[in-house]
Each structure stands twice: as structure tokens, then as C-alpha cells.
Design a protein around this ligand. Structure first.
Ligand code: ADP
Ligand code: 5GP
Length: 200
């Protein structure tokens, strides 16, 4: 019996700012092979500890708009005053090589990708409550009070879209959330069509 590697899966992870997407994904990426995290472009300023080309490609608005004009994004959206976009070429190249590609993007972008690529899997990461979300956002200490307030109001709008998603991961105990996301990715790899099995 032969098991040939096929094209990877496109997996979109969305969740309100502070839900713990970065924390959960960091652990999943260190534990699973053949997963590629798509590096987005953004016009927002880097946070302390963030590196250009690792966390994001930090671009001027002019450069970002140039990429939009050249149709270099799979999707792009505005979020709390800044632009974010997914460069399309690396996503396609890595899928072709058989990697599962993770896009960590907000709701509008996620729905745009789903419309273009209906086989994309949509995963929503939520905090256990809005109270805990605010505690985590403030605890991270990376945003000013007015930005925290805008991100909290955005969070309520985003959570209203949860029914558009295939899977929901509640990030209460971190280890459980990591295990759930890993299980989703592993289950996707077992789908018929993702494996070419030749019985001889
Ligand atoms: P996001 O990427 O969704 O904006 P982060 O991964 O930056 O969120 O997490 C926001 C804050 O919450 C960070 O300070 C992080 O350490 C903390 N955090 C993440 N997951 C948990 C969890 N399960 N329990 C407690 N704190 C968490
Ligand atoms: P942050 O500023 O906290 O890093 O990200 C803000 C929001 O933008 C998060 O919800 C994050 O998932 C989303 N985001 C990051 N990159 C992209 C992207 O390329 N496209 C879209 N649509 N959203 C993104």
C-alpha cells in the first residue's frame, strides 16, 4: 500500500485580539511538522519583541497599497486603523509542497479567502469570556487604553461570526486549546482526498 503526499490544507485561524491565537499557534507549530505559518504584511507599528519578516512584514501604507494594486494579496482588510494582508505567492508555493498553511487573520479576510478557496478550513479561537479577554489584553501590556477599548468592541463584532466557522477552540486552559487545534489539523490530514492511498 502506498501513501503519496498530496497538496497541503489551507487552515484559517481567527479570534479576537487577546484570545491567545499567537500563544496557542506558537505551541502547535513547535509540535507539528509540515505546517507553515503565513507571515502577513501590516502597516501597524511593531510591538516590542516583534521582528520584521518573522512576525509580520512591517510596511509603509504606500508599499502596502502598491502590493494591493499589483494584486499580490490573497486577501487584505483593515483592522482598528491599520491594514493587514496575506501575500499570496508563499501560500501557494507551500501548499504545493505539501505543507499545511496557517493564516492567522481576522473575520473579513477569512470570509474572503473562504469565498475564493472553498476547501479552506475555518477555525475560531475564543477566550472563555469577554472579561477574561480584557484581562489578557491588558495583561499583555502592548496596547494603550483606547486601543484596548477599540479591540474589545471589535471582539464583540467578530464573535458574532462564529457560525461561519467549521471548528471552535475555547482557549481556557492553554494545554487543552493546543491539543484541540492539533487534533483539528491532524483530522484534516486524514480526510479522504488528502491522502492518495494505492492498494496493491
Ligand atoms: P492574540 O494572538 O490572540 O492577540 P496572545 O497570544 O498575544 O493573543 O495572548 C494574549 C495574552 O493572553 C498574552 O499575554 C498571553 O500570554 C495570554 N494567554 C494566552 N493564552 C492564555 C491562556 N490559555 N491562559 C492564560 N493566559 C493566556
Ligand atoms: P495584531 O495587530 O493583534 O497583530 O492583529 C490584529 C488582527 O489582524 C488580528 O485579528 C489578526 O488575526 C489580524 N490579521 C493579521 N494578519 C492579517 C492578514 O494578513 N489579513 C487579515 N485580514 N487579518 C490579519
Amino acid at each position: 500500500m502506498e501513501n503519496k503526499k498530496t497538496r497541503g490544507s489551507l487552515i484559517i485561524v481567527t479570534g479576537p485580539s487577546g484570545a491567545g491565537k499567537g500563544t496557542v499557534l506558537g505551541k502547535v507549530l513547535s509540535e507539528l511538522d509540515n505546517v507553515y505559518y503565513s507571515i502577513s504584511a501590516t502597516t501597524r507599528q511593531p510591538r516590542p519583541g516583534e521582528t520584521d519578516g518573522v512576525n509580520y512584514f512591517f510596511l509603509t501604507r504606500e508599499r502596502f497599497e502598491q502590493m494591493v494594486e499589483r494584486d499580490e494579496f490573497l486577501e487584505h482588510a483593515e483592522y482598528v486603523g491599520n491594514c493587514y494582508g496575506t501575500p499570496e505567492k508563499p501560500v501557494n508555493d507551500m501548499l504545493e509542497k505539501g505543507f499545511d498553511v496557517i493564516l492567522e487573520i481576522e473575520v473579513q479576510g477569512a470570509l474572503m479567502v473562504k469565498a475564493k478557496r472553498p476547501d479552506a478550513l475555518l477555525v475560531f479561537i475564543t477566550p472563555p469570556s469577554f472579561g477574561i479577554l480584557e484581562e489578557r489584553l491588558r495583561g499583555r501590556g502592548t496596547e494603550a487604553d483606547d486601543v484596548v477599548a477599540r479591540r474589545m468592541s471589535k471582539a464583540r463584532n467578530e464573535c458574532a461570526h462564529v457560525d461561519d466557522y467549521d471548528y471552535i477552540v475555547i482557549n481556557d486552559a492553554l494545554e487543552d486549546a493546543v491539543r484541540d487545534l492539533e487534533a483539528i489539523i491532524r483530522a484534516q490530514r486524514c480526510r479522504r482526498g488528502k491522502k492518495t492511498v494505492i492498494f496493491d
